[in-house]
Ligand binder design. Structure first.
Ligand code: HEM
Length: 129
């Protein structure tokens, strides 16, 4: 049998893997992520724009950042490790890359269906209490 990835989104779309969303997120968290994505941005998914000292620019998502370096994944899927000492300006966006208009685009019923679907996504079994 052929191994098939459960994550069928094209690599270029930078959203988190939701195959386990029902186990790792509460329904309220899922609702907030879907309807108000700018409120809280999932770790490792902040949009970042870096201007290097030599004037070149890099854009992507910040996979990791600390006082010394920043790991930036660009839209081609390339990971850049950038030393802070080589950078001029680093801007981390407060807005999510996730579209923020689902509250307007989805009907109440569609929202309920999407959340019901997401809350059932579980690769791992729920731990027995
Ligand atoms: C109906 C369609 C969609 C659903 C149900 C959905 C659902 C979600 C959920 C539940 C999260 C939060 C995940 C977490 O807490 O780790 C999330 C985050 C994210 N999604 Fe989506 N998404 C959708 C469409 C999209 C699209 C079209 C894009 C990109 C063009 C996108 C990009 C992102 C990004 C970048 C994040 C991480 C940033 C953040 O937490 O706000 N999503 N999405």
């Amino acid at each position: 049998m052929r191994e098939v990835s459960r994550d069928r989104r094209p690599r270029r779309i930078p959203g988190p893997d939701l195959t386990d969303a029902g186990v790792t997120r509460s329904l309220n968290q899922l609702r907030e992520s879907l309807l108000e994505p700018n409120k809280r941005i999932a770790e490792g998914f902040e949009a970042v724009s870096v201007t290097m000292r030599d004037g070149t620019h890099l854009r992507g998502i910040a996979k990791n950042h600390d006082n010394y370096s920043i790991q930036l994944l660009d839209s081609a899927g390339k990971l850049h490790l950038v030393a802070r000492a080589d950078t001029g300006k680093i801007e981390i966006s407060e807005r999510s890359l996730m579209p923020d208009d689902f509250a307007r685009r989805l009907t109440a019923e569609e929202t309920r269906d999407v959340l019901a679907f997401l809350s059932r996504q579980a690769v791992r079994q729920r731990e027995k209490k």
